[in-house]
Design a protein around this ligand. Structure first.
Ligand code: SF4
Length: 275
């Protein structure tokens, strides 16, 4: 999950236009490893927070600047370059934290992924605003929506980015928090790219890179989705438990939800590829 305040196009001139964007097609897979140890993640978060406090937060932080800062943090902590992507997320979160917190919750938008829905049981239909959840309780979207509503957030279960952009440009919200899941298929129908990120399964969003890597390069089947979700739930997440569930309960729940999300995302990617 990531959160950021919105800078509409009129603000874009502040984003260091003299610097080039990240080169298209640059391979960054080797930079996306998640620090395995919680201690390392904490060290990175603390360093990112300290650094963010020193940065000029009156203007956007360009991507190449974030990467340079992330590399400096890792070098100072003597941690591998492979954590650059994760460190950039930590830095971005720290950088925007105060600005997002200063936005009233009624002006914040929570984006949820529709791949979380139970495709077998879901009675909801899509309209121009995305999935119209009926709160039937068959999937976690009911609970997440309720929690967000209690805090005053607007909630959107979006199918794609156009509606999100429309809402932003219409001026309805000033900050967006989002959850994303991505699976991309190549021309042969094999999984080209996969990202698995768990919430409430650790001390922050927990990417399951090993499980995702196991999906890449292969056709996704019920068996491979089951294997990936089993690996992620047993080896890559660290459920902490909460008032409603123990870690022992959360782990198999994460496995089931992950398997469903993988299969749903694969089906949608297949349909998109065929369109
Ligand atoms: S809770 Fe909402 S999204 Fe989930 S299955 Fe029920 S209607 Fe569909």
């Amino acid at each position: 999950m990531a959160a950021l305040p919105i800078h509409r196009p009129s603000d874009a001139r502040d984003s260091d236009p003299g610097q080039p964007a990240a080169p298209e097609g640059r391979c960054t897979e080797h930079l996306k490893r998640v620090p395995e140890l919680r201690a390392d993640r904490e060290r990175i978060r603390n360093a990112a927070f300290s650094l963010a406090c020193q940065l000029d937060r009156s203007r956007l932080l360009a991507r190449h600047e974030m990467e340079a800062h992330a590399r400096a943090i890792l070098a100072a902590l003597n941690l591998p370059e492979a954590y650059v992507g994760w460190t950039m997320v930590a830095l971005g979160t720290a950088f925007w934290r105060d600005q997002v917190m200063s936005v009233p919750t009624s002006r914040r938008l929570l984006l949820l992924p529709h791949c979380l829905r139970d495709t077998g049981a879901c009675p909801a239909e899509y309209d121009e605003f995305g999935l119209r959840c009926q709160d039937c309780g068959a999937c976690r979207l009911t609970g997440l929506r309720e929690l967000a509503r209690q805090k005053g957030y607007r909630v959107l279960i979006a199918e794609g980015s156009p509606i999100v952009l429309k809402i932003i440009l219409a001026g309805h919200v000033d900050a967006v928090m989002g959850v994303a899941c991505l699976i991309r298929l190549d021309a042969a129908g094999k999984c080209d790219q996969a990202r698995l990120v768990f919430l409430n399964a650790g001390d922050g969003p927990v990417p399951a890179d090993e499980a995702a890597a196991g999906l890449q390069g292969n056709s996704i089947t019920e068996g491979s989705a089951r294997a990936a979700s089993l690996h992620a739930s047993e080896k890559e997440i660290e459920p902490l438990g909460n008032l409603h569930a123990t870690p022992a309960f959360q782990r198999p729940l994460a496995r089931v939800l992950a398997r469903r999300a993988i299969l749903t995302a694969n089906e949608r990617a297949r349909q998109a590829s065929a369109a």
